[in-house]
Design a protein around this ligand. Sequence first.
Ligand code: PLP
Length: 473
Amino acid sequence: MGHDTNYHMTTEEFRKHGYAAVDWVAGYLERLEEFPVLSTVAAGDVRAQLPPSPPESGEPFDAVLADVERVILPGITHWQSPNFFAFFPSNSSGPSILGDLVSAGLGVQGMLWATSPACTELEAHILDWLVELLALPDRFRSTTAGGGVIQDSASSATLCALIAARERATGGATNREGVRRRLTVYASTQGHSHIEKAVRIAGFGSDNFRLVAVDDALAMLPDALDDAVAADLSSGHTPTAAVATVGTTSTMAMDPLRAIGEVCRRHGMWLHVDAAMAGTAAVAPELRGFHEGLELADSYAFNPHKWMFTNFDCDAFFVADREALVSALTILPEYLHNAATESGAVTDYRDWQIPLGRRFRALKLWFVIRHYGAEGLRHHVRRHVELARRFASWVRDDDRFELLEPQHLNLVCIRHRDGEEATRRVLEHVNASGAYLTHTKIPDQTLIRMSIGGTWTELPHVERAWRLITENA
Ligand code: PLP
């Protein structure tokens, strides 16, 4: 590169357009508050502005960037807006964006250690850093029998955990014979929908998935888990795995890990802990109580791509026994044979995940952790939690609204005391006014969820959301 090529973007052109693209992103972040969070386009509006066929001749980069502004931007829901309080944060940050840019520039595919040693070694190292940052059990460190790996999503992490659990429960038989056994999996009624999806994909079958009852705080009842396991044992099933959630999607409920872990130990079941949303809070020692008992877990996952300023996709997945995972997922065809793998001295992450290929995701996480430092991460997590507590206190002081207690971390769930219609009306008003909140139902009552974790969200944005909620109540 560096010389005039046919069709390619030269390095000089890349440099020039790269500066323009970074300028555009920086400008976008500066303009975030100008946009209503929710896109206002109607179905088909974006496509209607795109030519029906691809261009025969290449176009200038300026024209492409101009169309990002003209065609794409109106169709964007602004997840990075400080007024985004919907679902869960999917926050990003300067260092993360730049880490992804460098990853794309290197363009490596890290399926094997040999296909880019740094891709594997940085990842193993950063995942060990996360064990320290979050004070996770030592058995998840790569220097023990366990270790961590970056998955694309919490959904993939659970799927990998269930496949490893399946193989462990059957001594490897299901890999050879298929799942012809009645292996059962347990999660609370509040577990995320991806768990059942993983149960299906891993071949357990939805009929062998048990939803365990929860207590008033919406946390799994360990006794109910024990009863369900006993019932399955007496009817000839093989209880195989439980998925506990700390920080449920609907309300941030916390399953009691120690008691659940003890049930799992007693029955030889695999315990996977889904901390997709809440895990990041463990950077602050006073907030990490929900991990109590985590040393009983066989695997654990949380999403830096939710609350740790690392743009999608980046899920950190840890196992206590990497052999159980690797033996379930490894297949070594001739064309991947290489001296490093055969030496047994390296980790090949292709054996720790569903796809073969893998991006260099550790770069963006490395950039983020080095930029913020542990101190910076703690600062922002505490700030978000404090904003949520303030918001919750305003709700407690207002007779028109009811707060779901206990309120955990950065999520606040509320309803209008006048009932369903009033709650729905409030939500519609807020979302028509430029902010964005979403809802859940517990069990059949609508709750408005205020999820605070945006990189750029400050007190005035939270105050404005509360004003929008109350002004039409
Ligand atoms: N688990 C919990 C508790 C979640 O809140 C979510 C997010 O929606 C998920 C899992 C799914 O995450 P992912 O999109 O990384 O699969």
